[in-house]
Design a protein around this ligand. Structure first.
Ligand code: GCW
Length: 675
């Protein structure tokens, strides 16, 4: 049957050997508790089990039978209370859960227990995932607890319905119809988030329209927050730093001005009056034209603190973005945020977290990790990644980002000995941290399939799973997602999973291999290595690749711009040393002659050509592989992916040709024939 992708990974179709035993293990559903969340758990379990077992399972009948699935908290369920799992439950924290096969009154049962209803909801989704992916559910002993506290979607949605860097239709938030009319999508969205443990969303663009903070908007936002609440999705807002002037008509937005402090306090009070569990503000300040504290001669810390003080009585947080790159700080854009923020370490209020993009420039297909990870000892640092594929083919190319984020999270910062991976830094295991988190610039819009490309859904999914557990493998996530989204047939799964696992490297190969970056223009999609004119030098392509007759690459070594020194030893030494720098980062850190000898024995020029050729060939191979799945998955989604693959293959060839033509003119070397 044709599918349109709206159901995401919650299709509830199962097959496989294990599935045959499910009917015996799931015979009764007991979800005790009066909250809306408990109602959601009941609905989800009933819909899902009915779909997967092909028959309705009795719900909340009195009495207990073999095959009961008991879900809830010790507070709500006497059955759970009597199990006395107090210590084990305590260890799962506020949002974790236990799933165990147990025996109650001689009946074999499954218990999904948590300290709060939201944890029970997460546990229910986890249990359903086991069934969706065809895993055994008869001897369960699972205890889960999220590694990170803030697991947030960051929407770049504007009040006029457009989405900055959105590729899946218009904004889902219908401001004209709110607060009276609540689209079904609001709940469906929150449900999808909850199914992977996402517990909040910043609803508007960081290039923040000040009107979002106006009382009229807040009432609409509150209505949306009411829909999300039972799913555990908390509301956050991007705040425009000059709101006291633009909205409050004050003469200044200087964070040290008493009237400004009071304005933010009153605004916070107003918000919490409408949204009692409001999460806090996200701020892009003094970046790309946005107002900020530096406008008034104040620091980023002073700016963040005025908002933090306003939110603190309500237990809200400020997420202050480190995506700043003022030209007067350093000639190299990649160095600027580190310089600005490390000198402020220790000056932020306890309820401020600095939100740092995975790499030091801007969501490029490949960047080394941002040196701020591990470098802030007294300030919580949370990671910002981007599911929306701005620089990774947008919604046109099939690119699974799980592998990219795995590479990032597994990077060893050496902030404290070896093993200080970014994942550990984020979890507060390197420097203790009061706030932990990871957020993703998101991909859903009004498109029926939410994300434009069916495979782009996998990036939303992978983000949620990694924010819950940043040490999960990209392959496991791809496997899960494929089974839930496309098919449980092992052969089909293996093919799709392999396509996903290789897809990001393929993209890197045909766009920006060997550490190249920013070879684009304004749309961030097509190749534009010749782009040398923009309002700022660091918005061009030539600034980054610096290609000439002599060679190519950005010298960030100790003999050049010294960006390597922002990393801890031995990472800085490794990046600095031409021979030891991983070649995937070569031209990020080094400027090399065209005849530089690569590890393969080829010259740099020949290797570069080979990478582009290989990338374009890999894209074509991907298309072939996809064709082989004809008939293995529903026709509509198969066709829609195939249509986009045709575009991808054509554009990959364009990347190869245009880049090699451009660099070839500079290197004055012929493009070797592809092997
Ligand atoms: O990646 C760049 C984008 C901008 C974006 C900015 C940011 C919201 O091209 O569109 O602005 O980053 O992250 O602030």
């Amino acid at each position: 049957m044709d599918e349109d992708g709206y159901k995401l990974w919650l299709r509830y179709i199962t097959s496989g050997d294990a599935a045959r035993t499910y009917g015996r293990i799931v015979r009764q559903l007991r979800v005790d508790g009066p909250s809306a969340t408990c109602g959601i758990i009941r609905d989800e379990l009933r819909t899902a089990t009915t779909a997967m077992l092909g028959r309705a399972v009795s719900l909340n009948e009195n009495g207990l039978q073999a095959g009961a699935v008991i879900v809830g908290t010790a507070g709500n369920s006497s059955l759970i209370r009597d199990l006395n799992w107090t210590a084990d439950l305590l260890a799962t924290g506020d949002e974790g859960f236990i799933i165990r096969s147990a025996t109650i009154a001689k009946h074999p049962v499954t218990v999904i227990a948590s300290n709060h209803d939201i944890g029970a909801l997460y546990g229910a989704f986890h249990f359903l995932r086991l069934m969706q992916t065809g895993q055994p559910i008869d001897r369960l002993g699972i205890a889960e607890r999220p590694a990170l506290q803030l697991r947030l979607m960051n929407h770049w949605d504007n009040p006029n319905g457009s989405i900055e860097r959105g590729y899946a239709g218009r904004s889902m938030w219908d401001w004209n119809a709110l607060p009276e009319k609540l689209s079904q999508r609001y709940a469906d969205y929150a449900r999808a988030c909850a199914s992977i443990g996402i517990n909040g969303a910043v609803i508007n663009n960081v290039n923040a329209d000040v009107r979002m903070l106006a009382s009229e908007s807040l009432r609409k936002i509150a209505a949306l927050a009411d829909v999300w609440r039972p799913y555990g999705v908390r509301m956050y807002l991007s705040a425009n730093f000059s709101a006291p002037v633009q909205l409050g008509r004050l003469a200044t937005a200087d964070p040290l001005d008493r009237s400004v402090m009071n304005w933010w306090k009153a605004k916070a009070d107003e918000i919490y009056g409408l949204i009692p569990d409001f999460g806090g503000f996200l701020v892009k300040a003094n970046s790309e034209g946005q107002p900020g504290p530096k406008t008034y001669g104040r620091t980023h810390a002073e700016g963040a603190n005025v908002l933090a003080d306003a939110l603190a009585p309500h237990r809200g947080n400020v997420m202050w973005r480190a995506f700043v790159y003022d030209e007067d700080i350093d000639p190299d854009r990649a160095k600027r945020a580190y310089i600005e923020f490390t000198r402020l370490d220790g000056q932020f209020r306890p309820n401020v977290a600095v939100q740092v993009k995975n790499g030091p420039v801007d969501f490029q297909p490949r960047e080394p990790f941002h040196p701020l990870f591990g470098a802030m000892k007294q300030t919580p640092v949370i990671a910002e990644i981007q599911a929306t594929q701005e620089y990774l083919g947008q919604a046109k190319h099939l690119v699974y980002l799980g592998t990219m984020w795995e590479e990032f999270l597994n990077s060893d910062t050496h902030a404290k000995d070896s093993g200080s991976t970014v994942a550990k830094v984020l979890a507060g295991k390197v420097h203790p941290s009061r706030i932990t988190g990871m957020v993703s610039v998101t991909n859903p819009g009004l498109d029926t399939n939410w994300c434009g490309h069916h495979f782009s859904q996998s990036n939303w999914y992978a983000f949620g799973r990694l924010a819950w557990n940043p040490e999960m493998s990209a392959e496991t996530i791809a496997d899960e997602w494929t089974r839930m989204t496309f098919s449980n047939d092992d052969k089909t799964v293996a093919v799709i999973r392999d396509v996903m696992i290789g897809s990001r490297e393929t993209f890197v190969n045909y766009t920006m291999p060997l550490g190249l970056h920013h070879l684009i223009g304004g749309d961030h999609y097509a190749p534009m290595p010749w782009n040398d004119r923009a309002p700022r030098a660091d918005w061009t392509a030539t600034y980054y690749h610096q290609a000439s007759a002599e060679g190519i690459g950005f010298d960030r070594t100790r003999r050049g711009g010294r960006a390597v020194e922002q990393y801890f030893p031995p990472v800085c030494d490794m990046f600095d040393d031409l021979k030891r720098c991983p070649e995937k980062y070569l031209l990020w850190f080094h400027r090399c002659a065209w005849d530089y000898r690569m590890k393969s024995g080829k010259t740099l020029w020949d290797e570069l050509c080979a990478k582009y050729q290989q990338g374009a060939e890999q894209a074509a191979a991907l298309q072939k592989t996809w064709q082989s799945l004809d008939g293995k998955i529903d026709a509509r989604r198969h066709r829609e992916v195939a249509d986009r693959l045709a575009l991808q293959v054509a554009d990959a060839a364009k990347w190869r040709d245009q880049i090699l033509e451009f660099f070839g003119r500079l290197s004055k070397r012929p493009v070797p024939r592809s092997s």
